[in-house]
Design a protein around this ligand. Structure first.
Ligand code: FAD
Length: 333
């Protein structure tokens, strides 16, 4: 597909059990900005069966909505979904197509890019339009996170990228915006399904995901032991938040991988992020620097975490944390 015939910023709207996933709304926010720079429109592409709130995609930035509503597409499957999206691309010729770097996005986007012979940049942390030639500049960490590589796809269209959840910001919803939903029918034949899903078993977790939390109290090597992490848990309880951690404490087996913040962990954007005994390595900052308000507690006043902190406390976490908990308890009396 050559660049002259292509137009529009498309976002794949991921749904699970008919519920639209947050990452897709975040991507619509970014798509709106990119489309503004290109003077083009944003199109949301929904594939599934009886997906809830498709019309609401307009509130988050979609100018057009394409919806393939088909019982055969209720559960995600690589081949049938690739077939639908390849048809969307053939018919609509988008300039840019964005996906969440989720388990589904990481499976679907490369298969689709291969099918339509274009490039894909995975796991982007930033997307910008080149002012001069209007190409999409897709930036992601490379070589073990030691450099940030900006990748372009000048010769093929659409330009495709996956972006991790939590990296982009949702647009402020415009509740008055209404757009028409285009019914995009695609027939799914038995031979389009290369496997059969017998049962879906959902992982049961009683803990809140750190990406959903409004307040995170995060610990690093300076906190050290599981016993010391109890002090963080007490502060998190007082603040109404939950505990997360740096990779150092995950690697040492003190904390589980699911609470790791950073480049190889999760990207978080809470209202309050309290970094305790975390030095502020670039790979950690990549996952939390967009937090609304950052408090850092570290005994080394030159620690890089203080460069991104809104409030810094130079001191020993073992003394500062219990004192903070006491102060908060007193404030409630
Ligand atoms: P340290 O860097 O050792 O810092 C400990 C800090 O605690 C120091 O600043 C020290 O002054 C302070 N301290 C010590 N004792 C106390 C005390 N009693 N009171 C107060 N402060 C104290 N890291 C991540 O976090 N997330 C990632 O996703 C991630 N991905 C990576 C991917 C790659 C490819 C690579 C190469 C690295 C990655 N890392 C990641 C690792 C990262 O480079 C750092 O090694 C890591 O973040 C350090 O964790 P830390 O800040 O807990 O430990």
């Amino acid at each position: 597909m050559n660049r002259e015939e292509c137009n529009g910023v498309f976002v794949y709207i991921e749904q699970k059990n008919g519920n639209i996933q947050n990452v897709s709304l975040e991507l619509l926010g970014k798509a709106q900005e990119l489309a503004g720079n290109l003077n083009q429109e944003v199109t949301a592409v929904v594939v599934g069966s009886d997906v809830a709130g498709v019309d609401k995609l307009a509130h988050y930035g979609a100018d057009n909505i394409i919806y393939t509503n088909n019982d055969d597409l209720k559960l995600y499957m690589t081949e049938p979904y690739t077939k639908v999206l390849a048809k969307v691309i053939e018919d609509k010729k988008p300039e840019i197509f964005l996906f969440g770097a989720t388990a589904i996005g990481r499976d679907l986007a490369p298969r689709l890019a291969g099918r339509i012979h274009t490039g894909l940049t995975a796991d982007c942390t930033s997307l910008e339009i080149n002012e001069e030639n209007k190409d999409l500049m897709m930036t992601r960490p490379a070589f073990g996170g030691n450099i940030m590589a900006t990748i372009v796809c000048p010769d093929h269209r659409p330009q495709m990228a996956t972006v991790r959840p939590g990296v982009m910001k949702k647009a402020v919803p415009d509740m008055d915006k209404v757009v028409e939903i285009e019914d995009f029918a695609v027939e799914i034949k038995a031979e389009d399904k290369t496997y059969e899903i017998l049962e879906v078993v959902n992982e049961v977790s009683e803990k809140m995901d750190i990406q959903e939390a409004k307040i995170l109290v995060s610990g690093g090597r300076g906190v050290g032991t599981a016993e010391n992490f109890e002090k963080l848990a007490r502060l998190a309880d007082e603040l109404g938040g939950i505990v997360s951690s740096s990779r150092a404490t995950v690697d040492s087996g003190v904390m589980p991988k699911e609470v790791q913040v950073g480049q190889t962990g999760k990207t978080v954007r809470p209202d309050l992020y309290v970094a305790c005994g975390i030095s502020g390595a670039i790979q950690h900052l990549a996952g939390m620097e967009e937090s609304e308000f950052i408090v850092a507690i570290n005994k080394d006043e030159t620690a890089p975490i203080f460069d991104v902190a809104d409030l810094g406390i130079v001191g020993d976490v073992n003394k500062v944390l219990p004192a903070l908990v006491e102060e908060l308890k007193m404030a409630k009396v």
